[in-house]
Design a protein around this ligand. Structure first.
Ligand code: ADP
Ligand code: NI
Length: 214
């Protein structure tokens, strides 16, 4: 099968599967990551097919909701993608996620660095803020509770299940992303998105504490 046909079939497959996903991994997230990754590939290089396929499939078997990556791998096999490419794509997808900072998510090839940067950029800025509160809402979490301070996680179980509020997620992950970005092109975009989150949090606390009793 030719690569354009594979890419088109993959878009249709992912769109069908993720269209109504409610925790911030919906099809529009995938589409933004795809657009960002394509832009980074234009500027930084890398194998365009691997980058686009990985961006499209990266959230099909999310670790928070699924225990294996079977759906993704089976789909790639059904399209007759060659073994080497399947291996490369699966390797990036299974290692790129931040996972509360408790596991190593370092990428050793340019394609992985680019898709990871694209996914992380979409967790920052105005969209990142909206996604964080959407995710928190999907877990019935408070947006903020001043009594619960940010913390370092020690296991994936803690990351998934610890009672938390969404403002902590900024300090536990989102504000750290700027320094974890791999490519120079993405770093420039990350600087702006980081600043926007800082301005947002200043305003959030200003409003939260408005005329607070001493
Ligand atoms: P990654 O793409 O690194 O795997 P996640 O899947 O953990 O990231 O996150 C998907 C989206 O949900 C991101 O926008 C992220 O900030 C948000 N999110 C994940 N965990 C939380 C949380 N505990 N509170 C608020 N938002 C979260
Ligand atoms: Ni993602």
């Amino acid at each position: 099968m030719n690569k354009d046909i594979i890419l088109n079939k993959t878009k249709t497959f992912v769109k069908d599967k993720l269209y109504n996903e409610g925790s911030g991994h919906d099809w529009f997230h995938t589409k933004r990551v795809y657009n960002l990754a394509t832009y980074l590939c234009e500027k930084e290089g890398g194998d365009e097919f691997i980058i686009k396929m990985t961006a499209l499939l990266h959230d099909i078997d999310d670790w928070k909701f699924s225990n294996n990556n079977k759906t993704t791998e089976d789909f790639l096999k059904s399209l007759d993608v060659n073994e080497e490419d399947i291996h490369k794509i699966m390797n990036i997808i299974t290692t790129m996620s931040y996972k509360g900072g408790v596991v190593d998510s370092t990428q050793d090839n340019l394609e992985g660095k680019i898709v990871q940067d694209a996914d992380r950029l979409d967790a920052m800025g105005a969209i990142g803020i909206a996604r964080a509160f959407t995710y928190g809402g999907s877990k019935n979490r408070l947006m903020y509770d001043p009594n619960i301070k940010p913390r370092d996680f020690h296991s994936l179980d803690e990351v998934k299940n610890l009672n938390n509020h969404t403002v902590n997620h900024f300090y536990e992950k989102l504000l750290k992303l700027k320094d974890l970005i791999n490519t120079d092109t993405a770093k420039q975009i990350a600087e702006e998105r980081h600043r926007f989150m800082e301005i947002y949090l200043d305003e959030f606390f200003y409003e939260w504490n408005f005329n607070k009793e001493k």
